[in-house]
Design a protein around this ligand. Structure first.
Ligand code: SF4
Ligand code: SF4
Length: 172
């Protein structure tokens, strides 16, 4: 008797599973055939961080101001400043992002006033070599080449301490 009960239970559970399969069969598929198909990531998605270049000159927008390095909560950014002796402009001699510890918070992009660093929709960076996830300047620039360059909205000018004290005196 127990034997037949088990057979019946097995058939019942099989049909129950098939019922669920049949229920979703005619509907729209919610999965894709990765890697043949890929999602188009939303504009504001937080994937890998890249460096942006000026599309005309091809040079990095980064001025090595270190703001992003200071804003990074996990110290994933390492920058070494250098100065061009001819133009007297600062540039990053070394710019490294350790993707292994990056928490994709976006604070580096927020801190940058030069549209030089950006979070992208790029999410495919699985590798067997952990070291390759510490991205250097050239790699970061290369990854940012096809990223749309859109200057941020103009930020309101930050008042200096001297300006503030003048405006306070005016009020009195
Ligand atoms: S990426 Fe932006 S915030 Fe970071 S050092 Fe370069 S200019 Fe400064
Ligand atoms: S996204 Fe956040 S954690 Fe990653 S490098 Fe930028 S500030 Fe650091």
């Amino acid at each position: 008797m127990d034997y037949f009960k088990k057979i019946f239970s097995g058939i019942y559970n099989l049909l129950l599973g098939l019922k669920t399969t049949l229920k979703y069969l005619p509907g729209r598929s919610v999965t894709i055939q990765y890697p043949k198909q890929r999602w188009t990531m939303p504009e504001r998605s937080r994937g890998i961080v890249v460096l942006l270049s000026n599309p005309e000159t091809g040079e990095l927008n980064c001025t090595a101001c270190l703001l992003c390095q200071k804003a990074c909560p996990v110290a994933a950014i390492t920058i070494t400043q250098a100065k061009n002796p001819e133009t007297k402009k600062r540039y990053p001699k070394k710019f490294e992002i350790n993707t292994l510890i990056c928490c994709f918070c976006g604070l580096c992009e927020e801190a940058c006033n030069f549209d030089a660093i950006k979070m992208t929709g790029k999410y495919e960076f699985a590798t067997f070599d952990k070291q390759s996830l510490i991205l250097g300047k050239e790699r970061l620039q290369e990854l940012g080449r096809d990223v749309k360059y859109e200057p941020k909205r103009k930020r309101p000018a930050v008042k200096s301490a001297a300006d503030k004290s003048t405006s306070q005196e005016d009020k009195q």
